[in-house]
Design a protein around this ligand. Sequence first.
Ligand code: C5P
Length: 235
Amino acid sequence: MNDRVIITVDGASGTGKTTLSKLLAEKIGFQHLNSGALYRSVAYLCLQEGLDLSDQDAILQMLSRHSIKLALGADGLPVTLVDGNPVDELIRTPEVSEATSKISVLKLVRDYLVPHQRDAFPGCGMVAEGRDMGTVMFPDAQLKFFITVDQDTRIARRLAQLLEKEPNASPERVNELKSQMKIEVADRDSRDSQREIAPLKQAQDALVIDNSAQTLTQTLENMYDAASKRGLVKN
Ligand code: C5P
């Protein structure tokens, strides 16, 4: 059993689970564990060093030379540090996303990141977000959510995120990005849910939250109410 309260939030990419997890953590005074940021950091280092993404020995050696950490910034919010440097911007490019879903199938990478997740933010209540939080990492979590959203909505959300960085993109560029997103979302979904180790899967005891039709605020309220009903929210 966990010695602290853990709420898990699992789901595919583009379901809004990061925003929901952050907001829920903030609302109930918990820390937010973004496990995807850890996998992304490994992929980022592999790309920096030009490694073959299936070469387990090379990846293991590389990991022994670097450090990946989750810390709290001056504002009290989590920051991802690679060798002591903040990388949250650098690890959210399409290239890193693609590489991440490839290295996250590797057992050595998943094993390496276990303590990073289980020992994150010691003593604090945690909203742990990812693909296998409720199934593998925190099977005894006091509350588990599984977020779903239809695929078109997810593609549109990913596109909107990318266009924030390219506000003046031409209509041709928007179409190009949209096609890329369709392929990216479908590829990552199938890799994440069909891999042998810790695939994206709903925990049997998870509450399923459909975030397609409702506003984020409504979904957040539903999650908050569920936490409150389980007595996990301190007044
Ligand atoms: O959540 P995010 O989209 O940032 O995750 C990036 C990738 O990291 C996912 O597509 C998945 O391959 C991997 N991941 C994972 N297990 C987790 C979190 C993320 O395999 N718990």
